[in-house]
Structures are given as structure tokens and as C-alpha cells.
Design a protein around this ligand. Structure first.
Ligand SMILES: NC(=O)c1ccc[n+]([C@@H]2O[C@H](COP(=O)([O-])OP(=O)(O)OC[C@H]3O[C@@H](n4cnc5c(N)ncnc54)[C@H](O)[C@@H]3O)[C@@H](O)[C@H]2O)c1
Length: 273
């Protein structure tokens, strides 16, 4: 199993977009998995990256590995379910250009496990912080003349996968929230988009990985999208961070399936290179 950041480095063919150089970027859940790939990809663009996470050891290792970057990424420990701590973090940081709402937690559960408290906890870790992070950064983005907010949804709810009732509920909510925020913030030149990843083999995902599960996933996607997609196994990590770093900050109000190509018509360039 390959780790996403090293995959990005190994590929070594990331396009460089001068408009991203020096941009102030915040990535939530940047300490591991896809988030760590995002940190690496934005750092490679010369962006000023600050990432938050609860994983101190992994995050410190990432910071030291990327210390040679044009602008070395910075890490702040933060529990995103603590809204007042999050508000304090953004207040102290000042205005930013790009917010990547990536952090989530896909612990498995069944309907009979769901209590009101568990509902609140799952929404807090998977949905609520995204809205409040967007709220915290919007005034600063307006003052800077615009910005980009990128929310991570999931293919899980599109496929109705098992054991993820509340995660899928939150992820469906993220796509609705993205449209509503795009409408609300668009007039201020703040572009809001959602990414809908397929199965990406992060270290955490290996906890649940089985060959049978992967085969079932591929078959379901095939049934939903037709034969072309059933031939294209969606489980290979294809450096999603690269896609984001190079394209998404220029898109507006769209849901992008991570395993699909990004249609050029959705890529609206507003920031001058
Ligand atoms: N990996 C996949 O197959 C897949 C598929 C579809 C969608 N996604 C989505 O992509 C995003 C990244 O997924 P991933 O697989 O890298 O996830 P992951 O679980 O590997 O990493 C999530 C990161 O968020 C951090 N985090 C979780 N709760 C936090 C909290 N309360 N405060 C601060 N940080 C917190 C974790 O410590 C971790 O570093 C998520 O939004 C996920 O739902 C992933």
C-alpha cells in the first residue's frame, strides 16, 4: 500500500500554477491520509500552508519532511469539534485565501448504536466544523477580494455503503451545504466546491480494507455509472491532492467526483497567473 504524499512526489509531474504561490491555505485534518497529501501538494505550489489536526506525531513528521519547501508548512494541534478553540485559531491566524475542509471520521456503526449523543458527536466531527470554519474565514476572504472553500464529501453516500449511516448523512449534508454556501458567498468572489472522493487507500482505510469489499465497491460503481467506470478500478490512490492543488481553487459551485476527470467548463480562472 502506498502513502499518498510519497505518491505525489514519485509522480513528479505536478503542474505548477503561479497563482497559488504565496496563497494562504488552511487544511483541516492535514496530519494524515488525503489531508497530508494536500499539505504536500499546496506546499509544492509555493503556498503558505497551515494545517490542523489532533495527530501530533504524524503532523510533526510531515512538517519536518516538508521543511525544505519554499514556505515550510505549519502545524497547529486543534480538535475541530471544539468550536470555540477553532474560532480562536482562525482569529489568531488572520485572513486566508483557501480553506480545505478535509477532516472527517468514518467509524463504523449500526442503527441500533445511534443515540442522540452519538448523532451529535458524528455531526460535530463530520459536518459542523466545516460550516463554522467557512463562517470564520469568509469575512477575511471578502476583505482580500475573494477566496476558495473546498469541502470533502464522499462517494459512500452515493453508493449507500454499509455501516456508515451517520457519516453518509453528514457527507450528503456537505454537498447541500456546498451549494448553499456557493450561492451565499459567490457574490463576494468566494468559490465554494465539494470533492467527492472514491476509495483512497490511506493508512486508516486499511483497517476496513478487504479484497471482497473492493470488488463490491467497483461493481456498485459500475452499476451506477455504466461499463466504462466498472473497468476503471476506483481504488487506486491517484494523487488526489494534485488534482485539487492545480484545479479546484479556480472552480465554483461544483461537485467533483475524485475519480472522474474535471470538466474544463467547470474550471473558471479568476486568479491571474
Ligand atoms: N479515504 C477514502 O477512501 C475516502 C473516500 C471518500 C471520502 N473521503 C473523505 O476524504 C477526507 C479525507 O479522508 P482520509 O481517508 O484521508 O481520512 P483519514 O481518517 O485518514 O484522515 C482524516 C484526518 O482528519 C483528522 N481528524 C479527524 N477528526 C478530527 C478532529 N476532531 N479535529 C482535528 N482533526 C481531525 C484525523 O486525525 C486525520 O488526520 C475525509 O473528508 C473523508 O471523508 C475519503
Amino acid at each position: 500500500m502506498k502513502h499518498i504524499p510519497s505518491l505525489v512526489a514519485e509522480e513528479g509531474r505536478q503542474a505548477i500554477y503561479p497563482s497559488l504561490a504565496g496563497k494562504r491555505v488552511v487544511i483541516t485534518g492535514g496530519g494524515s491520509g488525503i489531508g497530508a497529501g494536500l499539505v504536500e501538494a499546496f506546499a509544492a505550489q509555493g503556498s503558505e500552508v497551515v494545517f490542523v489536526d489532533m495527530l501530533e506525531k504524524e503532523s510533526a513528521e510531515l512538517v519536518s519532511r516538508l521543511a525544505h519547501s519554499r514556505i515550510a508548512p505549519r502545524f497547529q494541534r486543534l480538535d475541530l469539534t471544539d468550536l470555540s478553540a477553532m474560532e480562536g485559531f482562525f482569529r489568531q491566524l488572520g485572513s486566508i485565501d483557501v480553506l480545505v475542509n478535509n477532516a472527517a471520521n468514518d467509524d463504523r456503526h449500526k442503527l441500533e448504536d445511534v443515540t442522540p449523543a452519538y448523532w451529535d458527536e458524528r455531526m460535530a466531527v463530520n459536518l459542523r466544523h466545516m460550516l463554522f470554519a467557512a463562517k470564520a474565514v469568509a469575512p477575511g476572504m471578502k476583505a482580500r477580494g475573494g477566496g476558495a472553500i473546498i469541502n470533502f464529501s464522499s462517494i459512500a453516500w452515493h453508493l449507500g455503503l454499509e455501516g456508515l449511516l451517520l457519516y453518509e448523512t453528514a457527507k450528503a449534508g456537505i454537498e447541500g451545504m456546498t451549494r448553499a454556501l456557493a450561492r451565499e458567498l459567490g457574490p463576494d468572489n468566494i468559490r465554494v466546491t465539494a470533492v467527492v472522493p472514491g476509495n483512497v487507500k490511506t493508512a486508516r482505510q486499511s483497517k476496513w480494507y478487504t479484497a471482497e469489499g473492493e470488488a463490491e465497491l467497483v461493481a456498485r460503481i459500475g452499476r451506477q455509472r455504466g461499463s466504462r467506470h466498472s473497468r476503471e478500478c476506483p481504488t487506486r490512490p491517484r494523487a488526489p491532492a494534485t488534482l485539487l492543488a492545480t484545479r479546484l481553487v479556480h472552480a465554483v459551485g461544483v461537485m467533483l467526483k475524485m475519480n472522474a476527470r474535471i470538466p474544463q467548463k467547470h474550471v473558471r480562472r479568476r486568479v491571474r497567473d
